[in-house]
Design a protein around this ligand. Structure first.
Ligand SMILES: *[C@@H]1O[C@H](CO)[C@@H](O)[C@H](O)[C@H]1NC(C)=O
Ligand SMILES: *[C@@H]1O[C@H](CO)[C@@H](O)[C@H](O)[C@H]1NC(C)=O
Ligand SMILES: *[C@@H]1O[C@H](CO)[C@@H](O)[C@H](O)[C@H]1NC(C)=O
Length: 270
């Protein structure tokens, strides 16, 4: 009986998709290389800490809410919304911090401004595209021209016109998450993102088929690869590449509850 349960556990661990929404707290990276492999962390005085926005590469600057590209084209710690502009309203909302945008363009740009929380469904179509209900719900016009709330933490359901601005795959007829198979090459086959704010699926290059696939085994990663190939979603703990803790990840919690109940059953049956 206990053997069956152990097999069950092995099966569960093997078939859990290797993905994470988590971003490690830099302090968890205890090794300098492991720390410096993560774009938002830096090593100083023998410890890993949060990198200054000014030292973050421009391509990644605005995928961290705390950093934004300023008028001079430099990455800086996100300031007050009113100091930023953007060529699209959605960029005020997700690239210059959580800001709203003026309703009309002036000199080809929208001025960003701070938002007051609203209920999307009660907005007129003119006021819709500037608003948030909260950090996890923003307003945009749906295909019927009605103001609707959308979740920025996943690409699915996002209107196609703003799909790529949220880091999603806009190449088809519907906005969708990138997958490991989304045209990744041997050099870029690392992660597939469900937008800037959603889950990251770990990928691995299959040398036989010459295709990028979902990674099925995290244990093969070395300490140097662990944080690097997971974009800081995993860290090295007790000689193993381990997913970073995240308080608001309900999927992980239910998985852990399932695991612990199986372990308890196993102990009871011994
Ligand atoms: C960090 O890890 C690498 C690879 O395991 C090792 O060679 C190096 O000595 C470690 N550095 C420190 C400061 O522990
Ligand atoms: C795949 O990527 C290459 C290089 O970036 C690009 O030229 C090509 O159009 C892409 N193909 C598809 C189907 O997206
Ligand atoms: C590569 O793909 C083939 C065909 O799908 C599969 O049989 C093989 O196990 C894969 N190799 C690795 C290392 O995952």
């Amino acid at each position: 009986m206990s053997k069956t349960i152990i097999l069950c556990l092995v099966f569960l661990s093997a078939y859990q998709t290797l993905s994470t929404k988590n971003r490690c707290d830099c302090v968890l990276f205890s090794n300098q290389t492991e720390c410096e492999n993560v774009p938002y962390c830096s090593w100083s005085n023998g410890a890993c800490g949060l990198k200054n926005c000014a030292n973050i590469i421009l391509e990644r600057c605005e995928t961290f809410f705390r950093c934004s590209i300023n008028q001079d084209g430099q990455c800086e710690s996100t300031g007050d919304c009113s100091k930023y502009t953007a060529t699209t309203q959605i960029d005020c909302m997700f690239k210059r911090g959580n800001c709203a945008a003026e309703a009309i363009q002036t000199n080809g740009v929208y001025k960003c401004r701070s938002y007051t929380a609203v209920t999307c469904a009660s907005q007129t179509s003119e006021n819709c595209k500037n608003s948030f209900e909260n950090e996890n719900s923003f307003c945009w016009l749906n295909q019927q021209g009605k103001c609707q709330s959308y979740d920025p933490n996943t690409c699915s359901g996002i209107p196609l016109e703003i799909c790529s601005n949220l880091g999603c795959d806009a190449s088809g007829t519907e906005c969708k998450a990138y997958t490991c198979g989304s045209n990744l090459t041997v050099n870029t086959c690392i992660l597939a993102n469900d937008g800037y704010f959603g889950a990251k699926t770990l990928c691995k290059w299959n040398t036989t088929t010459q295709k990028c696939e979902e990674r099925s085994d995290i244990t093969e990663l070395t300490q140097n690869q662990c944080s690097l190939l997971t974009d800081g979603g995993f860290y090295w703990l007790d000689d193993k590449c381990t997913v970073c803790p995240n308080e608001d990840n309900t999927d992980d919690t239910s998985y852990e509850i399932l695991l612990s109940s199986l372990i308890i059953i196993h102990l009871l049956l011994q």
